[in-house]
Design a protein around this ligand. Structure first.
Ligand code: GLP
Length: 241
């Protein structure tokens, strides 16, 4: 595990964007695993800037997103599909047909999860997975549990996650209670994993995840065992370590 100490959110975002841009330059048809949440927005912003300058080309890149809320259509403003278009896809030359996100409106969880795992397999796996960190240690929507779940699955969101994510919705009741998420195995099989974390509120969970035991009660802790994991965190996020 490597730790890159960033000064603040902007510095963290540029460092992570540098790693992703090196990946795309070295392998133009990379499969990028992408994340939502506030943490990666600055990274996407930086990648967009370099694309506009002509330094990056996403014409052959394929992307697979970590997760999606169950019950939200891709057109819904709160869906992760919409988040990705708004914060990244619409501003670079990625072909929409090369972007994959679980389909929140598939009512058949078993069918949607096996379909999504087949998508990841057909792409040949993930070259670089970008992650944020949930306040309870979740990655994607792999919530604290008694065991790690391997493949894509439907999760019932924890109270902590509902509380953390309500800031993106008008009312707490609007936060979906279920989500489809890639599993721990899908994430661990990525060639390379990069996580962005910022702010003092995440300091305790950064300590527990990366300086404590590996346990499914803190799902991100499994990344300590990944062969090429880089944590890009700012000073505040690292302040409890
Ligand atoms: C959501 C997403 C996660 C993300 C987490 C942290 O729950 N499913 O993939 O990492 O939020 O979000 P933030 O970066 O806004 O703290």
């Amino acid at each position: 595990m490597k730790i890159i100490h960033a000064r603040d959110y902007d510095h963290m975002s540029r460092q992570a964007a540098n790693i992703i841009s090196a990946q795309v330059i070295l392998k133009p048809n990379s499969v990028l695993g992408l994340a939502t949440g506030a943490s990666p927005i600055g990274t996407y912003r930086q990648l967009i800037e370099w694309y506009r300058k002509g330094d990056l080309d996403f014409g052959q890149v394929r992307t697979v997103n970590l997760d999606e809320y169950v019950g939200l259509a891709p057109e819904d403003e709160q869906s992760y599909a919409c988040f990705m278009r708004r914060n990244f896809f619409d501003s670079v030359n990625i072909y929409p047909s090369n972007t994959y996100i679980p389909y929140g409106l598939n009512p058949n969880a078993e069918d949607e999860c096996s379909r999504y795992d087949a998508v990841i397999r057909a792409l040949g796996g993930i070259d670089l997975q970008l992650l944020g960190l949930g306040p309870n240690g979740h990655i994607g929507f792999n919530e604290p549990a008694d065991f790690f779940t391997k493949g894509t699955h439907m999760v019932s969101l924890s109270e902590a996650t509902i509380q953390a994510n309500k800031r993106f919705f008008e009312k707490e009741e609007d936060v979906p209670r279920f989500a489809y998420t890639m599993g721990i195995c899908d994430i661990m099989q990525a060639e390379r994993v990069v996580m962005v974390v910022s702010g003092a509120a995440k300091a305790p969970v950064v300590r527990d995840a990366f300086f404590g035991p590996v346990t499914p009660r803190v799902p991100a802790s499994i990344l300590q065992l990944h062969k090429d994991f880089t944590l890009v965190a700012d000073e505040e996020a690292l302040s409890a370590c």
